[in-house]
Design a protein around this ligand. Structure first.
Ligand SMILES: NC(=O)C1=CN([C@@H]2O[C@H](COP(=O)(O)OP(=O)(O)OC[C@H]3O[C@@H](n4cnc5c(N)ncnc54)[C@H](O)[C@@H]3O)[C@@H](O)[C@H]2O)[C@H](O)CC1
Ligand SMILES: [K+]
Length: 504
């Protein structure tokens, strides 16, 4: 699914109204209908509801919600901010008119000074103060109002975006000055800001409602941001040919494991094999031999010269893809071997874990990484390489910059793992569960992406598809083992089923 900028949503909105003949009032009605159904489905008419309506079309949405709630037997209190008595948008004026035409007596129109109602945790607040028309961070009375709403303990449903927050970038916004929603109901598309952990407490849960904006305009409007769902991944994964053999699905090489961290190699290997690689060789410390051969008998074992660490990472047997990092440790010999690999290997590498930490200690290696390589850092690993970031937004911007500069893909792991490409496109992943916050989970991902690369998928699709498959495998594993009980190995073992579900 495309994630559009606020500006582009406005354009698509305009095309829908001007070229497809849908009136803005009809669009507002569709928004209000969806918000109202949500309320009617989960709250009883006796709920004390307070609706805050601003002067623009976000306020118009809110006023129409008010009218629809009245029809459903609720009796909301509605506050409309109409400074000087003449600031309403045309649609907001119309919505006010329609509301008053029902004979409703509860409208409080705030023209100069606001008398705010006391809010308690029993209240349900509908936040229609500001949507995509917000121009500046809130200040003064609106800032105070946002704080009062957030600190009241009331349940808050925000229409389109939490008021005070921009849909795109929020570096200038202070979280405390934004309405904190429990649920945000976004019009037609999720916003970039929803995917950044900085805003998690402001957005709450979010849903998107389809109001039927022009499909042609949606198709023709470019964007750099995407939300990856199952359909996009199933369009990428290829079915196997009946007459194919293992030679058709690549031979991956993993540099993984050392004494004490052989399990990482096991999980990466399992992830690779369960995602369809034709052959797999794991090069590891000699001491890893019995564990790897015992736990992953399908993989070939390539012993290092050294017993306890990896000291040699030369590419061998013309392998079709290399993954490096899980459980390799930070030994000098291993770091030296990694430097040689990075400086000599000309095809994309998958680089994870301690291999990332080695790069953090020798950043000149970034200049040598083959274009199209995939780095899979979590926030801490990313910051160690590219500098400490104070926000997820800053980290994403930095990832976009360095991905372009070094021509590498960065898989920034988190709740919505973001895959950042050198062309500036960013893919936020939709699958996954907190059950995956467990040791070994990342090793499995390295295995999956390396396996897809080995099978001939381009780095752009191996990364995005690999991340989605990994998340879905985590969901499947958590179905059986629960949020607490899911292990890295459970995730690895569910990878095959995840791919099956995607391809069905
Ligand atoms: N996307 C769609 O297709 C549809 C969206 N809808 C809803 O409409 C709003 C956007 O409405 P708009 O009138 O453009 O803007 P707002 O209601 O968000 O607010 C504009 C209003 O606020 C004033 N203002 C802006 N910034 C500030 C500030 N910092 N302090 C004080 N006042 C400010 C500005 O001057 C205007 O008066 C969208 O979010 C959806 O909710 C429709 O439902 C139709 C389809
Ligand atoms: K809002």
């Amino acid at each position: 699914m495309k994630i559009f900028s606020t500006e582009n949503i406005r354009k698509i909105d305009r095309v829908t109204i001007e070229e497809e003949g849908v009136s803005s009032q009809e669009l507002i009605r569709r928004v209000a209908e969806a918000v109202t159904s949500e309320i009617v489905a989960h709250w009883s008419p006796s709920t004390p509801v307070v609706i805050f309506a601003g002067s623009g079309n976000n306020g118009a949405d809110a006023l129409v919600v008010g009218r629809m709630l009245l029809e459903a037997g609720f009796y909301p209190r509605i506050l409309l901010f109409n400074f000087h008595g003449d600031s309403l948008s045309r649609d907001c004026r119309q919505a006010k008119h329609d509301l008053l035409a029902t004979g409703y007596q509860g409208l409080v129109e705030i023209i100069d000074r606001a008398e705010l109602p006391t809010l308690t945790p029993e209240h349900l607040v509908v936040d229609g103060l500001f949507g995509s028309g917000l121009r500046e961070p809130l200040e003064g009375g609106f800032m105070m109002l946002a704080r009062v709403i957030s600190e009241s303990g009331a349940t808050v449903i925000s229409i389109d975006v939490p008021s005070g927050m921009f849909g795109d970038w929020n570096a200038r916004v202070i979280g405390r000055n934004v309405v904190h929603a429990n649920l945000t109901i976004a019009v037609q598309f999720p916003r970039l800001a929803f995917f950044l952990s900085d805003n998690a407490d402001l957005v709450g849960r979010w849903k998107v409602i389809d109001i039927g904006l022009s499909e042609r305009a949606i198709l023709n409007t470019p964007t750099k941001y995407f939300y990856v769902e199952r359909d996009e991944v199933s369009a990428v994964l290829k079915s196997r040919k009946p007459f194919s053999s293992k030679a058709d699905y690549g031979h991956a090489l993993l540099f993984s494991g050392c004494y004490g961290m052989t399990g990482a190699a096991v999980m990466a290997a399992r992830g690779a094999l369960r995602s369809g690689v034709g052959k797999l060789t794991v090069h590891s410390a000699r001491a890893a031999f019995p564990v790897l051969q015992g736990q992953v008998p399908e993989a070939l074992f390539s012993p290092d010269r050294q017993d306890y660490v990896i000291s040699d990472m030369s590419a061998r047997f013309n392998c079709s893809a290399i993954g490096v990092g899980p459980g390799i440790g930070t030994n000098d010999a291993t770091r030296g071997a990694l430097e040689t690999l990075i400086k000599s290997y000309k095809r994309p590498l998958v680089i994870d874990a301690d291999a990332l930490n080695a790069i953090a200690q020798n950043q000149s290696l970034l200049d040598h990484i083959a274009p199209g390589s995939i780095l899979t850092p979590h926030a801490g690993e990313f910051d160690r390489i590219f500098g400490a970031q104070t926000s997820a937004e800053g980290r994403l911007l930095k990832a976009i910059e360095v991905s372009h500069r070094y021509k590498i893909l960065i898989v920034l792991k988190g709740h919505y793992t973001a895959t950042v490409r050198p062309d500036g496109k960013v893919f936020f992943n939709s699958s996954g569960t907190p059950a995956m916050a467990t040791a070994g989970s990342g090793d499995v991902l390295t295995g999956i992406i390396t396996s897809l690369l080995a099978q001939g998928y381009k780095p752009e699709s191996a990364s995005v598809a690999g991340v989605y498959i990994h998340g879905l495998a985590g969901e499947i594993a958590a179905d059986t083992h629960g949020e607490y009980g899911t292990t890295g190995m459970d995730i690895a073992d569910a990878v095959g089923r995840a791919i099956k579900v995607i391809m069905e």
